[in-house]
Design a protein around this ligand. Structure first.
Ligand code: PRP
Length: 181
């Protein structure tokens, strides 16, 4: 086994497990959208770019890939997300849209995007996240496609970062508490 980076406590989800989940999600989405015309996949930057790239390549139905980016004042604030930094290239009116996230933590990002995109009159709007953290507060947005849940620890890898580091690890790892405290 390769040596772990000193920032990392342990591998939480190995690469093979992630890839198996991605294939299951792609299979389910492909079944659900068979004969429905192209899916408009919206990856939420930056974190979702790796998951979206893998997911899209396993889909067997036509799809278009686009991206959005939002900024926030930080996860501890009440309002959470505040503005769109990068918007879509096309209108999503009358399109079948899936928002693709790497992780749902507080749910503020997904909730903000869902509400905002709903207002653009898509034919349908669903959500897909690879990872969800357990929260006491009930999400106000449905998660239609979920890879797996993880414990409420700081995770990096497979798109997830700490201070822009460790994003491109092929697995998801737990960050040592000493790194962020
Ligand atoms: C992360 C992640 C999700 C969001 C989830 O993005 O990629 O978009 O946080 O958190 P929430 O459920 O509490 O809103 P981040 O804002 O860290 O930006 P990044 O993707 O560019 O790393």
């Amino acid at each position: 086994m390769e040596n772990l980076h000193p920032d990392l406590a342990r591998i939480l989800v190995p690469e093979e497990t992630i890839q198996a989940h991605v294939q299951v999600l792609a299979h389910q989405i492909s079944l659900d959208y068979a004969d429905k015309g192209p899916i408009y996949l919206i990856g939420v930057l930056r974190g979702a770019f790796i998951f979206l790239a893998d997911l899209a390549r396993h889909l067997t139905v036509p799809h278009v890939v686009d991206f959005m980016s939002v900024s926030s004042y930080g996860k501890s604030t009440e309002s959470g997300v505040v503005r769109i930094v990068l918007d879509l290239r096309e209108s999503i009116e009358r399109k079948n849209v899936i928002i693709v996230e790497d992780i749902v933590d507080s749910g503020k990002t997904l909730s903000y995007l869902y509400t905002m995109l709903e207002g653009r009159n898509p034919a349908s709007l669903r959500t897909c996240t690879l990872v969800q953290k357990p929260k006491e507060v009930q999400l106000d947005v449905p998660i239609d496609y979920l890879g797996f849940k993880i414990p409420d620890v700081w995770v990096v890898g497979y798109g997830l970062d700490y201070a822009d580091r460790h994003r491109t690890l092929p697995y998801i790892a737990e960050l040592k508490a000493s790194v962020y405290t």
